[in-house]
Ligand binder design. Structure first.
Ligand SMILES: C[S@@+](CC[C@H](N)C(=O)[O-])C[C@H]1O[C@@H](n2cnc3c(N)ncnc32)[C@H](O)[C@@H]1O
Length: 189
């Protein structure tokens, strides 16, 4: 079974086709809101496109990805960054605490029950005032991932915000990047 929801099977195609900069601007601005050295957990880090700006911002990054091939590429790019090859919903990094958690292009790949588990684990792993950034379409919808041909699903802004509020987050208005990806910004109370 591909714990990476099809991304291990299609890892090489993903690395060839993933735009090298989309998402970096928003992640860079988000990352520069931390003091250098702050700890950030990146779920579904892939081969490190978003990670690049977080490392460049001087953050102490921890990368998790379920695709061994993508994580191998990540490790070659960032030999000094701690990583774990695991499904996000089972990551042992959730036994630690972080100043920030980021998940770009991941949450909607997971079944709804796993999305709820991950959001809860993120809430528990964040320090007070810790910040969470993730992407998912604003609208509640399902669609077929163009790369993997598997179903993705967004719970939609109302459901995500309700869940986040219930977990003790404050949610600020979202943003959209150059690739039309919607970002949720949440701060743990
Ligand atoms: C759309 S890619 C995004 C990668 C990276 N965040 C980026 O922006 O380039 C989705 C990533 O999530 C990973 N992934 C999929 N399911 C996962 C899971 N259950 N746990 C951890 N990573 C997973 C894939 O291997 C892939 O690296």
């Amino acid at each position: 079974m591909d714990r990476a929801n099809g991304y291990e099977e299609h890892a090489d195609t993903f690395m060839r086709s993933r735009h090298p900069h989309i998402g970096q601007k928003i992640a860079d601005e988000w990352g520069r809101g931390f003091t250098p050295g702050a700890t950030v957990l990146e779920l579904g880090c892939g081969d490190g496109v978003v990670s690049q700006v977080l490392v460049d911002a001087g953050l102490t990054l921890y990368g998790v990805d379920a695709s061994p091939t993508l994580l191998r590429a990540f490790r070659e790019r960032f030999p000094g960054v701690e990583t774990e090859c695991a499904a996000a919903e089972e990551s042992t990094y959730f036994n630690r605490t972080f100043d920030g958690v980021v998940a770009v292009g991941l949450i909607f790949l997971l079944p709804e029950s796993a999305q709820r588990i991950v959001l809860t684990k993120v809430a528990n792993a964040l320090k007070a005032g810790g910040r969470f950034l993730f992407t998912a379409p604003r609208e509640a919808c399902t669609w077929v991932d163009v790369l993997t041909k598997r179903e993705s699903r967004s719970l939609g802004v109302e459901e995500y915000e309700g869940l986040l509020h219930g977990l003790g987050f404050e949610v600020s208005s979202g943003r959209v990047d150059e690739g039309e990806n919607h970002y949720f910004f949440a701060v743990k109370g």
